[in-house]
Design a protein around this ligand. Structure first.
Ligand code: KG4
Length: 351
């Protein structure tokens, strides 16, 4: 099944062509630099940019091989969760293409896309050495999705059946990293820069509280207290030197990651989990990958990660993979006119 997929859920205009779980093309136009001066995504600007870029991105994804959607079997689009005004752009385009070229439409949940991004395969699979890519998934699996908008631990009973066991009460992990980077004057989005800086720092140089310490049984993520603690520490340490910034970054990252590690361990001790799937923008972080890999080794379970870092942050290839599994279940949209954006869609619900 060849699918043209579209994702405009936040500040990336993305289109991809997938064949079952194989990624044939994956084009992402990031608006991050445009939103940098606001320190976060500015909705009306995001919408305007999606409208300006979407045709170009789709054209690039299709290339000459699939011109006029020749050889494409279906269209997939993210309907939520995400920014309402941004989602609208992708949905309108997908409906238009579906009507014009008479292709069935599949509506996809963005979080399900992130979860299933670990099952995406590269075009030239022979060139990729990965044990997990050839292995069929074993269930139940624990998915850890950590991005700028989401921090969730989800039990995957099987593809398409999800139970959220832990989510954040306030900020998402990626958002917490972005805010820390901003406070330290490192720019936006800051997760990747913070990681780079933290590598040279000492994570024990400052004592920052690990969120929800001793309350792991509540199965809740919370990052706003840590953020406030960093703010106070920065005020105390001013003027900041390069050395102080590096050590603050390392100490903050350490506390933020320890919180995630503790909750993952808690869930693994409660459920008979066979695999751990780590995805979303923060899954590009090498330090957190290392820590999660260690947990998986200790629990003798397989760790699956997206095969490329381009599949960690927002992209449409993951939407194509999720749509492929939906097509196997016959979940095509029956009435195009009823398709609408669902900004607060949960992964337990179906679009
Ligand atoms: O999945 P994504 O592109 O967008 C959302 O749906 O939010 O994730 C973006 C988030 C940002 O918060 C960004 O700072 C974070 O992922 N991120 C990272 C890294 N690369 C991106 N966080 C930590 N380490 C990284 N290397």
């Amino acid at each position: 099944m060849r699918i043209l997929s579209i994702d405009t859920s936040c500040d990336e205009t993305a289109a991809a062509v997938t064949e079952d779980t194989k990624v044939l093309s994956n084009i992402v136009w990031s608006q991050a630099s445009l939103h940098a001066r606001w320190g976060g995504v500015f909705p009306s600007l995001a919408q305007r940019e999606h409208k300006t870029r979407i045709d170009f991105v789709i054209k690039r994804a299709l290339g000459s091989k699939f011109r006029n959607l020749k050889g494409i079997d279906a269209i997939a689009v993210t309907v939520g969760p995400g920014l309402a005004v941004a989602l609208e752009v992708g949905i309108a385009k997908a409906k238009h293409l579906s009507k014009t070229y008479k292709k069935p439409l599949l509506c996809v949940n963005h979080i399900e896309g992130h979860i299933l991004s670990v099952l995406a395969k590269p075009k030239n699979i022979k060139n990729k050495k990965s044990k997990s890519l050839d292995k069929p998934p074993a269930f139940p699996t624990l998915a850890f999705v950590a991005s700028g908008g989401t921090t969730e631990l989800i039990i995957v009973k099987e593809v398409g059946k999800y139970k959220v066991v832990a989510q954040t009460m306030d900020d998402a992990l990626g958002e917490a990293l972005d805010k820390a980077a901003r406070m330290l004057g490192l720019g936006y989005p800051g997760g990747a820069v913070l990681e780079k800086i933290a590598k040279n720092g000492n994570p024990d140089s400052y004592l920052l509280p690990v969120p929800m310490s001793g309350q792991e049984d509540r199965l809740k993520f919370s990052y706003s207290g840590l953020k406030t603690a960093l703010y106070r520490l920065i005020e105390k340490e001013k003027p900041l030197t390069r050395e102080k910034i590096i050590n603050l970054a390392a100490s903050y990252q350490n506390a933020a990651f320890q919180h995630a590690e503790r909750l993952i361990k808690r869930v693994l001790s409660d459920f008979q989990i066979k695999e751990l799937w780590f995805s979303g923008g923060v899954s590009a972080n090498t330090e957190l990958r290392k820590r999660i890999r260690k947990i998986c080794r200790e629990n003798e379970i397989l760790l699956r990660l997206p095969y490329s870092k381009k599949l960690c942050t927002d992209n449409a290839a993951m939407i194509g993979v999720a749509a492929f599994f939906k097509s196997l279940r016959g979940e095509f949209t029956k009435d195009l006119d009823t398709v609408e954006r669902v900004p607060r869609l949960s992964v337990e619900e179906y679009p």
